[in-house]
Structure formats: C-alpha cells, structure tokens
Design a protein around this ligand. Structure first.
Ligand code: GLC
Length: 476
C-alpha cells in the first residue's frame, strides 16, 4: 500500500517533471522562434537600407548566348527562338540540342575572367550586394561541390585546370572584400540530377519525370543532394547574407524539399541568413522578388525587383540594354515604392562584362555619387510619386526626385512638387549644387525656382534631386 503510493507519487513527480520539461521546451522553442523573428526583422531593415544590388547569371549557357537553362525544356518553345544559332545548326532537333547543351561543361573556359573588374564596376555603380548563380536549373555547378561531377572544378571542364576554378568562391571573396553583402542564387530544381530527371524516362517539363510520391526513396535522394549542396555553400564560402532559392515549382506536396530543415541547417552555419524561397510564400520567403517588374505602389511586405539590364538574364550577343536614363529612373521608381533593385548583367563566356553594361554601370555610378543620399537607407514618403517627381525620406529629410523627360538635359526653371511641403522657413537644395533654392506654396505642394547658374551647369544628368527638411508630421 505504502509502496504503491510511493510509486504513484514517483510517477506523479516524474510526470510533472516531464510536463515541466515539455513546457520549458515549448517555451524555449517559441523563444528561439521569437529571437529568430527579431533578428530577421532587423536584418530586413539592413537589407532595405542597401537598395541596390548586382545580379549575375553566368554559366555554361553563356557560350551559346542562349537563354539560361530553359532551352532544355521541350515545352518551353519561347526559350529556343527560331533564329537561335545553336538551335538552327542542330536542325531544331531536341535530342541533339539537349545532348550538346549538356556537354557545354567540356568547353567552358572563361580565360578573361577578372572578378576584381566586376566588383569594381558594380561598386562604382553604387551597388551594395551581389547575387550570383551558383547553380542554375541546368544543374551545372559554378562552385566546388562534392555532390556531382557536373561542376566547374571537375577535370571535364577545362577551367578546372586554372589556379582558382571555384568561381563562386573567388567572386564571393572578391565582392565581400570590396564591401558587398553576398547573396547566393541556387536553383532547387536540377535538370541534370538523376533523382530529379530520371535518365530512364523522357523529361519534357521543369518538373521531375517520375511520381515523387510513389517513389519516395528516389525523391529522398534528391532532397539529400540539395541539402548537401546548400550546406556546402553555407560552410565553404565565407559569410553568406542571403540564400536566394529559385525553382518555385519545388514545393510541397509533390516536390517537398523540406525547407524547415534546410533553413535550420543553413542558419546553424549562417546565423542571420535571409532566405528567399521565392514564390513559395510562408516563413522561408523572407522577402518577395517580383521578376522583370516593379509593383505599381508601395507594398506591405519587403521586396526586391530583379530586372535585366538587357533582354535576358544570360549573356546575349548584341543584347539591347536599357539606357542609362531608363536604368536610373527604374532604380528611383523602385526605391520610391520602398523596394530594392537587383540589376542583372550576363557576362560573356570569356568572363567579361560586355562594354555596354560597363558603360551603363559607370553612368549610374556618376549619378549615384551626387544623389545616393536620396536612395540608400531611405523609406517611403507619401505620396511616393506625383507626375514626374518621386519621393523618398530619410528621417526628417525628404527628397523629391525629378525624372527628366526624353531629351531633357537640364532642370526646368520651375519645378512643381506636389504632395510634400518642406518645413516652414526651411530651405530647399538641389543635390550637387551649392545654391539654396527659393520655393513657395502652390496647391497641395510647392513650386521651386531653379537658378540660371544651375540650369547652365547642372550637377548631374537624367534626374535631379531636391532635398528638404520635413515637418514633424512627416516623420515616423
Ligand atoms: C526566373 C527564370 C530564371 C532566372 C530567374 C531570375 O525564375 O526562370 O531563369 O534565373 O527568373 O530571377
């Protein structure tokens, strides 16, 4: 009797202890989650302060000047335009085309690759972070993975015989050294891996060519492969700030890559890593990534538009680049709406940034030298845009950015700024000019007089920035 009471008491104590343990574990879990949430929120502020990044698509496809990876997908005819030379040369035969595309690893040899030149050009342009395609959908790895031979450092690839064939490493190190934050683009889908596209069946779409739910073992091999590759990137490449995961079709239920585990593993190596499981949504898409577009107004979430300088992500011979003016206006438009811009350039297969791209990066940099304070670390200032004028705010300072019309090289004599009014009695200045400008109230805003001296020698091209102190009400 006594004994059984004691046993019961013991069991009771034990149970209580276990429950307490669970409760503690539960509390600890949610504390860890809360801590992560706090750190990520801080990191997202840091991210938004940078505003402008450099995106580079570079891989074996650069040799053909074709669209990256997508020509391998039979149903995606848009990726093999009728006049694409390697397509025409193969008499538009899909099998031959695919075979030869895959074999491009055997000729990739970028002899003129100088990472410092890239980093300096991007730095001059005012870019603050660098996103590089460590592996695109075609599966060719631009880093020294141990998980596949289909990589730049394997003897099949001539570039493996150079002193530093791990281009991802060299690029990340060089850009970091120049002060850039690092974003690793990685495709979750892999059209080279036998556990994604089984060699024993035709593969015609971007998805696995077998039923992943009926063949969990095969799918598990793929999951393990992806986890191992991401772990390599998180451990062998120095500090990585952003893991930029492409291939949004890879998501539950059919293509469950187990993102919870990926995120935990990645952050065990890179504590404050931002993760972009793009287009998938949920807690692993820390910010959104509109592609080739800019939202039409400020958003409730953090975002980054990725946009090509030319017509495609990868190198294209004689690509048509947007003009320097268009690119500067694009950056202003994105920033005024509260976003970041990563502007993409496709280097040649030799490893060079095309001259047209370098020229535009210089023009953007010239503009940023004078006007960068209206871009970096700013936030949305309503009404964010009014006519030709975009707005940004940094603390108690407002910026009104006047976008020149086609052909316009100087600021107009009078600029109407609608929707924002400077602090009473304060002065308005034009960035890059010494003069203080006269202004008066006009309608919902002000009208600013631009002196003749400024019109005769404007401080920059393409867009002029008026800086003003804001009323308390405009601050947050
Ligand atoms: C799309 C394309 C891909 C490109 C990416 C860049 O997802 O499929 O080729 O790398 O956009 O944003």
């Amino acid at each position: 009797m006594l004994r059984s009471t004691m046993v019961k008491a013991h069991v009771g104590v034990l149970l209580c202890a276990v429950l307490a343990c669970y409760a503690a574990a539960g509390a600890e879990m949610s504390n860890a989650e809360k801590d992560l949430e706090k750190r990520l929120a801080k990191r997202l502020e840091w991210f938004q302060d940078m505003k402008f990044g450099f995106f580079v698509h570079w891989g074996i496809y650069s040799q053909w000047g074709c669209i990256e990876s997508w020509p391998l997908i039979e149903e995606d005819k848009w990726a093999r335009p009728d006049d694409l030379p390697p397509w025409v040369e193969r008499k538009k035969d899909m099998e031959t085309f695919k075979r030869d595309y895959r074999a491009l690893n055997r000729t990739f040899n970028p002899r003129k690759f100088e990472p410092r030149t890239w980093a300096e050009a991007a730095k001059y342009a005012g870019m603050k972070y660098f996103c590089f395609t460590t592996k695109h959908h075609d599966g060719f790895c631009m880093f020294d993975t141990k998980q596949t031979d289909y990589r730049i450092t394997y003897p099949d690839c001539p570039y493996s015989r150079t002193a530093q064939p791990d281009v991802a490493k060299v690029l990340f190190d060089t850009f970091r050294d120049e002060g850039f934050a690092i974003s690793a683009y990685f495709s979750k889908s892999d059209w080279h891996h036998p556990a994604y596209w089984s060699p024993d069946a035709p593969a015609k779409t971007r998805n696995p060519n077998y039923d992943t739910l009926k063949n969990p073992e095969q799918w598990r091999q793929f999951v393990d492969f992806v986890h191992a590759q991401i772990e390599e990137l998180m451990t062998g490449y120095g500090k990585v700030d952003i893991l930029w995961l492409d291939g949004g079709q890879v998501r539950p239920p059919q293509q469950d890559i187990q993102m919870d585990r990926v995120a935990a593993m990645a952050r065990s190596h890179q504590k404050n890593l931002l993760i972009v499981d793009r287009t998938v949504g949920g807690k692993h898409e820390n910010y959104r990534t509109p592609e080739q577009e800019v939202p039409d107004k400020p958003q409730q979430f953090v975002w980054e538009s990725c946009i090509t300088m030319g017509e495609q992500w990868s190198y294209k011979p004689n690509d048509k680049y947007k003009s320097s003016r268009q690119l500067i206006h694009l950056l202003v438009d994105v920033v005024a709406k509260g976003g970041n811009l990563i502007l993409n350039v496709g280097p040649t297969s030799d490893g060079e940034l095309p001259p047209g791209a370098l020229e535009r990066l210089r023009d953007i940099g010239d503009w940023m030298k004078t006007n960068g304070e209206a871009i970096y670390k700013t936030r949305v200032l309503p009404p964010y845009k009014s006519g030709r004028v975009c707005f940004t705010r940094r603390g108690g300072t407002g910026y009104a950015i006047y976008l020149c019309e086609d052909g316009q090289e100087t600021p107009p004599r009078k600029v109407a700024i609608n929707g924002v009014v400077p602090k009473r009695g304060s002065k308005v200045r034009l960035l890059g000019a010494k003069e203080q400008l006269r202004w008066e109230r006009e309608g919902q805003g002000i009208s600013v007089d631009v002196p003749q001296s400024v019109i005769e020698s404007p401080p920059c091209k393409h867009a002029f920035v008026f800086k003003m102190a804001l009323d308390e009400g405009e601050r947050d």
